[in-house]
Write a protein that binds this ligand. Sequence first.
Ligand code: GAL
Length: 475
Amino acid sequence: MGWNNWNSFGCDVSEGLLLSTSERLVSLGLRDLGYQYVVLDDCWQQESGRDQHGKLQPDPSKFPNGLKSISDGLHDQGFKFGMYSSAGEMTCARYAGSLDHETDDAESFASWGVDMLKYDSCYHMGRIGTPLISFNRFKTMSDALKATGRNILLNLCNWGEDFVHTWGMSISNSWRISGDIYDSFTRPDDLCGCDPNVLSDPYCIAPGTHCSVLFIINRIAAIADRSIPGGWNDMDMLEVGQGGMTDEEYKAHFSLWAALKSPLFLGNDIRSMPAAALTIINNPAILALSQDPHGRSVTRVRRDVGKDLPLDEWGVGEMHVWSGYLQNGDEAVIFLNAAGADLEMSCSLAEIFTAFGPGGSAPHVQFDWAVHDLWAHRMDDATAEAILAAGTAEERSALLKKANWYNATETPYADGLRNEDPRLFGEKIGVVEAGGVLRATVKSHAAKVFRLRRIAKEGAKFKGKSIDRVAKDEL
Ligand code: GAL
């Protein structure tokens, strides 16, 4: 979790931007919710390229004190520092790239105190086209980073090309699975030219730069289970707060990124943010899905397309149900409505628990489940407005305290979940009885996000044992 400048600032980067953003991340309580990485994307270099020793150099007008001073500043504030390069002769914005300079550049990153490298794929000199060619090109940097002795997270950014989901895990910590996100929920665009449903789409000449939230969700569906702790599918940075989507669309976008275990990099300007954006990105009950210690993504158990679903303004009409197991035995369930009108959605326990056995054979179907709505305790606008408007950091931290704000630096999510911290569990809104069906009305272009919690019934048995003696992960 962290922040990256690209979605809102593009090439307009500077020391001032990074340090004023990091201060604001602290005072708004976001660092302590887990947004720990501050990532400087493309365009940080001087235009003249490498120096006479072959080393990359920051642009002195953007970074007058160099990069080590930024990383020291960020570390002092409790952040980790991320930077960017490309496995090509140039970066995507045409600054010097790291291809065939991996050792030099890894050493520079390590000497600047970098904790994470986002590693792009522009201008790859044709070294693409099979998984092995791409794997080798990226592995060179992975090895060079390792050889520095500094622990540097590696985030591959080759937009899903050459089946990165099949080899990214061996050499990196996360890999982008699609072209760049843009600030739209469903709008198709020629600049996102692949078929989202066909991972090996031979006509995908351009993963592109205009991929909608729905496109990315459909793209990841077949490979959602590839994410495990230490190696994650990356759905790209967040657009929450940028202005192109509605509040419900941003909530849905954020919820799916969290439950699908994508890295959560905020992409908006933290220093001028609408209250509604703050109350989305600071919902600890949703963040607890992202940070769940089990570290497995929800997967899609149902997708309805067509079937008389009302179409939205782009001709899109579909709805999904996603579900997944959480460490404490709870089940995350998301109803996504990407159609043109509000829908009554429903899903049986048999379908929700398909991963444990299809056709209703999962033992989970035999239990009653309490249904918790994870958006029920969203921070109210007035509190968020007051936090954003507070004159000093002290005032702000008093307001956060008053709002009983969650602090993951003090209490990591794993501990909060184990101790049943109510801030991580939303609100109980009902029960689905054994063999029953979960139902909800879901607005157009919105998601409902639930945590199902098993209700232990007195005297109930499972495989002959009293239910209280069955470990949750036996279920
Ligand atoms: C793209 C990448 C973006 C951003 C940009 C910088 O290839 O997907 O996230 O890093 O390059 O030029």
